[in-house]
Design a protein around this ligand. Sequence first.
Ligand code: SAM
Length: 282
Amino acid sequence: MNSSEWFTEQLPEAGTAFSLKIKQKLHEEQSEFQFLEIYETETFGNLMVIDGCTMVSTRDNFFYHEMISHPALFTHPDPKRVWIIGGGDCGTLREVLKHPSVEQAVQIDIDERVTRLAEIYFPELCESNNDPRADLKFIDGIKWVKEAEPNSVDIIIVDSTDPAGPAVGLFSEAFYRDCFNCLSEHGMVVQQSESALLHMKLIGEIRNAMSNAGLSHLQTLFFPQCLYPSGWWSATIAGKSDLSRFREAESANKPFDTVFYNIDIHKAALAQPEFFKKAFGL
Ligand code: SAM
């Protein structure tokens, strides 16, 4: 925080910063894994910060949580078993459980304290935590996937922090290979893949690592997220099989409410910018 009134996240390598005017700091602690802070802001509701990086705000989390889950869930032909690696604020879990086809959604976050704080400061994100299909585990997602049985999951959503600290391995080829080994026939991984304006090198590394791991059908989706650096974020889906179609009729008639996602947003998010096509030969 650069004064008593503002929280600022600086990204020195990009020469950018994002600030929110705050009313008060509600909580801070050093967990076993990371430094956690919660603020009450003037205009964005509550804000969670991990190791100085903005994670979630009450006001704008719907962009990210909806776009990291619904496009993949409407692309898989029949998603029944979903794992969320990270995602401790439980917002992605809530979106995944909106899909009636899902029989089991396991959230695997290394840090239980993130979820305990979300229950207090973001209760609306945790409203599906007691759904009988939900299972919350607090262990390292890398270990979880490495030890999983073949054919034990349909979609793995990697809702992680940036590639630093305990999340570094979640962006590696070895991790995606372990994902490949436990995914079912039409299985897919969805990875939050940062900003196409600021992190093209990283997006290239993610796409290469996924492809080398056998998840060769790639789709990077773009969506706004004002809280994160540049305000323009992405998720990359990597599938064992063709991703070029999604279940449009079911998306158009989805039996649940969203704030941002709909069939037109889904199609728009798949549009690839010129510089992105050039960079990856699309
Ligand atoms: N949407 C956020 C973003 O892009 O900044 C991420 C939100 S979520 C809170 C990120 C979670 O990833 C954190 O709760 C953190 O504990 C978890 N995480 C980091 N490394 C992990 C690992 N190796 N296994 C499981 N969870 C991990």
